[in-house]
Design a protein. Structure first.
Length: 342
């Protein structure tokens, strides 16, 4: 085991987290800094008890590090040869797989497995809100209007199409299945059908199965292959009155076409934790659509304490594996942006 490596940690940590990481790499030198995600903590109510006070990450910190645990601005990395391995605190890694960001020999792993609980519950909350028209009743509450909005729908007996069968899509599929839905999973490559799925189809069959779904849930990562996957033609092919959920990346869905579908009632609602553009600017038409439930890309992050704990645990586990020469969890394939198949 190497014990003289420089390890830069850029996620927010409490003392217990720092101790866990240091215990996984005895003899190594640590620096704890504020990384790319930390400025958005300002003014937020988050579940940290005794957050270590740290300074913002600098270029000198990046150049010093052999191992980077956490996200930083990609412009700081510039393909430095000193960095051997980067473990992100995010599931998405699109900015880090671009040419020139990481050196050819640098390993990259992501935080898949940390976010399934928080994001799937957020998706379920958005879906139930739309199906039961709670967002419309909330608007009425502000207007002090006491009036029925009519018929509602149910997850029970519905067909839920889950685009992306990783941690997040899988956790959402399990919850929908438990509530009585037929779950169809969509993935890039053929693999064994998980218990929660009634069917598993390949992405090439998307045009065939989209019209069948009462709910289409997008949990795919942001890659060039997924950009504009749900374009105007595909949105128009969706089942009348269907619900669209997107927690992947905003640019997977044609925003203007989605707005048209919501405004005409072709879709009964959309739950969006990601948008295109992002942040969604003031005056954008999406803000004014009553059946759009929009949240500012917060379904993951650190708002749920368990998410933060899982990220630290993944980092500690992988840190031990790296120093012992064992395979790393969640290693990313630079060609696809997805995790490598074990």
């Amino acid at each position: 085991m190497e014990n003289n490596l420089h390890i830069l940690v850029t996620i927010p940590v409490e003392p217990a987290h720092a101790e866990k990481l240091q215990a996984a790499a005895p003899g190594c030198q640590f620096r704890f800094r504020q990384g790319a995600a930390l400025p958005s903590l300002v003014g937020a109510s988050l579940p940290f008890q005794n957050l270590l006070e740290t300074e913002p990450v600098t270029q000198e910190d990046i150049d010093w590090a052999h191992i980077l645990l956490g996200n930083v601005k990609s412009t700081l990395l510039h393909g430095g040869e000193n960095l051997r391995w980067m473990q992100t605190n995010s599931a998405g890694v699109e900015e880090y797989i671009k040419p020139g960001v990481l050196a050819g020999g640098t390993l990259l792993t992501n935080a898949t497995g940390a976010y399934g609980l928080a994001i799937s519950e957020h998706m379920l909350a958005m879906l139930l809100s739309i199906m039961k028209k709670l967002e419309l009743y909330r608007d009425q509450q502000h207007e002090e209007t006491w009036q029925s909005r009519g018929a509602v729908t149910s997850i029970y007996g519905s067909t839920v199409l889950v685009l992306g069968m990783g941690d997040i899509g899988g956790e959402f599929g399990k919850r929908c299945k438990a509530l009585g839905a037929k779950v169809i999973g969509v993935r890039r490559t053929d693999a064994k059908k998980p218990d929660y799925a009634d069917e598993v189809r390949l992405i090439g069959e998307l045009d065939e199965i989209l019209p069948q779904a009462d709910v289409v849930a997008v949990t795919l990562p942001g890659t060039e292959a997924t950009r504009n996957l749900l374009d105007r033609k595909r949105l128009q092919s969706m089942k009348p009155g269907a619900v669209l959920l997107n927690v992947g990346r905003g640019y997977i869905v044609d925003t203007d076409a989605l707005c048209d579908a919501l405004e005409t009632g072709a879709l009964s609602g959309a739950g969006l934790d990601v948008t295109e553009p992002e942040p969604l600017p003031p005056g954008h038409r999406l803000w004014q659509i009553p059946t759009a439930v929009v949240t500012p890309h917060i379904s993951g992050f650190y708002h749920l304490k368990e998410t933060h704990e899982r990220i630290v645990n993944i980092m500690a586990e992988n840190l031990g594996h790296f120093l012992q020469g064992k395979p790393l969890r969640n290693q990313v394939d630079f060609a696809t942006g997805y995790r490598k198949t074990p």
